[in-house]
Design a protein around this ligand. Sequence first.
Ligand SMILES: *[C@@H]1O[C@H](CO)[C@@H](O)[C@H](O)[C@H]1NC(C)=O
Ligand SMILES: *[C@@H]1O[C@H](CO)[C@@H](O)[C@H](O)[C@H]1NC(C)=O
Length: 373
Amino acid sequence: MRKLKVAVGKRRMHRTYPGAIYFVLIAFFEVVSSRDNMLPHHLKLSSTLTCRLIGGLTREQRSVCHDAADTAAIAFEGLQMAVKECQHQFRWHRWNCSSLLVKSSNPHASAIMKRGFRETAFLYALTAAGVSHAVARACAQGRLISCGCDPLGYRAAHERGRTRTNKWEWSGCSHNLAYGVEFSKKFLDVREKVDDLQSKINVHNNNAGRSILSSHMEVRCKCHGLSGSCQLRTCWRATPDFRAVASTIKRQYRKALVVAQEELNNSPSVLRGRPRGRRRSRARPAPKSSLLFFEKSPSFCEADPKFDSAGTSGRVCRIGRTTRTGSCDLLCCGRGHALIRKSSIKPCNCTFHWCCRVDCQRCQDDKWISICK
Ligand SMILES: *[C@@H]1O[C@H](CO)[C@@H](O)[C@H](O)[C@H]1NC(C)=O
Ligand SMILES: *[C@@H]1O[C@H](CO)[C@@H](O)[C@H](O)[C@H]1NC(C)=O
């Protein structure tokens, strides 16, 4: 609560006395950090500048960014985490997410985000989950003044019946998922203010990412008592490893639903979709954590800036069965591949001399790798 008041005060003052506020803020931080021993080190007074420098933000997003510059800075960390994770998940795909890295620190500025591909759906879900994840964790780490640990955890202790045998209670600092999700909505869904089908699909995919994150939240516990007797366990909620969240979103990508053709004309209140290639099956309301797309993906074989495709020429591929992910057959689009020798010098034939010296010879290490033509 105390922290919240500081935040409100800061904003109000920022508009009226920009000069004086600096010293007031410093005074506040001294108090906060000396008490909690947690420095909000991400809180830079220049962070409003960041909002101006980031490309591809809408006017509404810029306004959210200015109002909560410190939280927006964490949100950008979440977006970067999502891009890195996308690269990992798609490392053997023809489209491998690398185009998002070079554009700007804002993946939403990329051309592929304006399309309706399966990949687009994946990115919306992943970035929305990434922002929620980063903010939820930052709250608990004391990096933000507008939020702290999740208070819901404490309330739940009274609601849930506890048995004598396995006594535990909420304690410690739960990651603030509610706050993270709320900020993710505020910051990302605000992009989709046009009331058309594509915006609705984007918001659906954002929600799918956040809902998958929620379902992966973990309960971590610690034992208390004499010599580890565990007389009392205290537990808190923690955000999961983001890799696990991304892997689940990737599975949803594979079974993403295509938006029913009949929806494209009228404006539906509930989005319906069907599995791809089953045109005759009845379209069903899309489940909360399903991804939705409406445009067939291109092959991504050739370079094309229209949808952020770098092409696959020059990509390292794996020789082997056709069906294997990253196989040269699939990745090189039938153009074939070349074998290239990659040499490096490595230490070898090392001998150990008492004491304590290791002598090594330098050996050439040759590796053959295959590259798409
Ligand atoms: C992704 O593709 C680009 C362009 O084709 C390539 O330069 C890059 O090395 C690839 N990244 C990975 C991780 O394979
Ligand atoms: C490493 O030692 C083995 C055995 O002494 C020798 O046959 C081999 O040539 C050595 N390797 C190099 C690169 O010198």
